[in-house]
Design a binder for this molecule. Sequence first.
Ligand code: HEC
Length: 173
Amino acid sequence: MKSRCWRDVQGRRASDRLRWPRTLLRFAGSVRTAFALSTLIFALAGAGAAAAASPQFNYILHCQGCHLADGAATPGKIPPLIGTGRFLGVQGGREFLVRVPGVSLSIIPDDELAELMNWFLYRFSADDMPADFEPYTAEEVGRYRQEPLVEVEAARVGLLGAYDDSPESAGQP
Ligand code: HEC
């Protein structure tokens, strides 16, 4: 503390003697401020661009680490996204897909998350998509994600059981 005060005093004295360099420094300071401001503006513009991130970009950033590039399973750990369209055919399945923690608790905003849902479902499960599938909307996703699932496995087994029991799915895995 003491030494800092001493240095401040020394610094002030030194700069009192050097008025011209101080003006120069002030000028450099304002240039630096302008530069910092322009950097900030570019950063904000960049953030704006990130806010409009494509579903594929969001998938790579937020999902692929676990669900792999092709949506394949990691047996015993991560279920496949291939085939997830099947959940849309059973009561509660549409909500389930959004309420799983990896989805509901992601930091992706609602509108982008809705896009991501629609994107990965067609990407990894096009053959399983119900013909009357209505794309997820931001409002809908926002509603479902307010109740993240805790007992994921139980919910999952219940839904797939319901799926397997439904007559139209007879014979499918
Ligand atoms: C940290 C690893 C991890 C990340 C990241 C992750 N997930 Fe998952 N995901 C899982 C696991 C594990 C499950 C199985 C359910 C559970 O235990 O949460 C799962 C289940 C799911 C399911 C339900 C599939 C089923 O058959 O049960 C969907 C859909 C899903 N994830 C989509 C996503 C999407 C989309 C993202 C990116 C926004 C994502 N996940 C990010 C690990 C992850």
